[in-house]
Design a binder for this molecule. Structure first.
Ligand code: CA
Length: 428
């Protein structure tokens, strides 16, 4: 059921941000230079200026973290842990609920800025970025293309969440354009590589888990502990240069192919908001080792969609529709496994899920799969086809957990592909 708010726009069935949601973001007022980046909570078609509310003592910072609400990123608050997160959410609900006390409504109204008047920024400083590969349909599709159906899944795949350490430096917020990367490419049939703009630039539909509560070096965490460390979730596009990847990936995995950019949605949706949508993971083909056992259902029912709009086009083409629950390993299992060596997890670590494809062709989460390695062009709404991304293409991802008469939405995760830059020293 929708939780009614006195903020009318939050009670619309189609709002991503009803009182049930209360996602965390960072904004600045457009046309107000110098006002800086501030913490915000989305409610209906507005963002609540948390620094303003803290200044007026309408909402309190966690004990021992007095500055946590006036900083330009949520990291400090995130590190305070689940009890502080719960108290903060409870206070927000009190302030915004239709049947809540009316004492502070004037102050809350003053702190609301229309979403149309703000620019959104990265909601947290990304400490480190790890990308997993836990979508079984994706791993099977890619493995089938590269190694044949018999050897599609690597031998370890069903036993542990496979991942690699990516780059935090190129994680960007939705709306940031992305230049087509340069790289070493070796087209089939040629005996030497060339250095050129990527010709097989792709998106990957993923979700990111954001670590809030840190862990200690040398002390692995259980799956249950890992879940309590997760502050929230974002949509994530892991831009991928397939031709660079093909030439470089053996034996150490992706490097430059995945380092151009990783785009995330601007709002961190909390586990508390997603709790009504909790579901079990898939059946296991192989029994997992005990350290990876789940104490209960650890996935969420979140519908995901990707659309494409070429430069100048009037209509979006829906490329794929799938669901977060298609993942084989949950974010909690990924973090547990990540810490198993003694690796420390920090507030602000971003954990990519891996590409989330579903069982059918219309559920595939990348062009590599949709166009099956370039062999099956995808038709566009206004004519024309694609096998990979072209310059000017805008990729948009949306996600929502759909309740009865309300949704918990993630906003948009989008980015436009710009032409490759003029490369330094090449005279191109
Ligand atoms: Ca990926």
């Amino acid at each position: 059921m929708i939780e009614p708010s006195w903020v009318e726009s939050a009670n619309q069935e189609t709002s991503d941000f009803p009182l049930n949601n209360l996602p965390h973001g960072v904004f600045s007022r457009r046309n107000a230079p110098g006002s800086g980046r501030r913490l915000g909570i989305a409610i209906g078609d507005a963002v609540l200026d948390i620094a303003a509310l803290a200044k007026e003592q309408v909402i309190g910072a966690p004990a021992g973290a007095e500055n946590a609400l006036v900083e330009p990123a949520w990291n400090h608050f995130m590190a305070c842990g689940p009890r502080a997160w719960q108290d903060f959410r409870a206070r927000l609900r009190e302030l915004l609920a239709a049947d809540g006390p009316e004492t502070d409504r004037a102050a809350v109204s003053r702190a609301m800025v229309p979403l149309a008047d703000v620019d959104l920024h990265l909601p947290f400083v990304v400490a480190e970025y790890t990308d997993f590969y836990s979508g079984r349909h994706h791993a099977t599709n890619v493995g089938t293309m590269f190694r044949g159906a018999e050897n599609a899944l690597p031998p370890s795949w069903l036993h542990m969440p496979i991942g690699y350490n990516g780059r935090a430096s190129t994680v960007v917020v939705s709306g940031t354009p992305v230049h087509r990367p340069w790289g070493q490419l070796k087209p089939p049939g040629r005996d030497a590589p060339e250095f050129a703009p990527c010709r097989r630039f792709d998106f990957e539909l993923e979700m990111g888990a954001v670590v809030g509560l840190p862990s200690t070096m040398g002390r692995p965490v259980s799956v249950a502990e890992a879940e309590t460390m997760i502050f929230g979730y974002v949509l994530l596009n892991d831009w991928s240069a397939r031709d660079i990847q093909t030439w470089e990936y053996r034996p150490l995995g992706p490097f430059q192919a995945k380092a151009t950019a990783t785009t995330i949605s601007p709002w961190i949706v909390t586990p508390a908001a997603l709790e009504p949508f909790r579901v079990s993971g898939p059946e296991r083909d192989r029994e997992l080792l005990p350290y990876l056992h789940e104490p209960g259902p650890m996935m969420f029912d979140i519908d995901l969609e990707v659309t494409l709009r070429p430069d100048g086009a009037a209509a979006d083409t829906t490329l794929t529709q799938t669901n977060f629950r298609e993942l084989y390993f949950s974010p909690a299992q990924q973090i547990c496994h990540h810490s198993s060596s003694g690796c420390r997890m920090s507030a602000g670590d971003l954990i990519g899920s891996g590409t989330i494809s579903g069982p059918n062709p219309e559920n595939r989460g990348s062009f590599l799969e949709l166009a099956w390695g370039g062999k099956e062009p995808v038709g566009l709404a206004e004519g024309g086809t694609r096998v990979f991304l072209e310059d000017g293409d805008r990729v948009s991802m949306t996600g929502r957990a759909q309740g009865k008469g309300f949704r918990v939405g993630f906003g948009s995760c989008n980015g436009t592909v710009l032409p490759a830059i003029k490369y330094p020293g090449l005279g191109n």
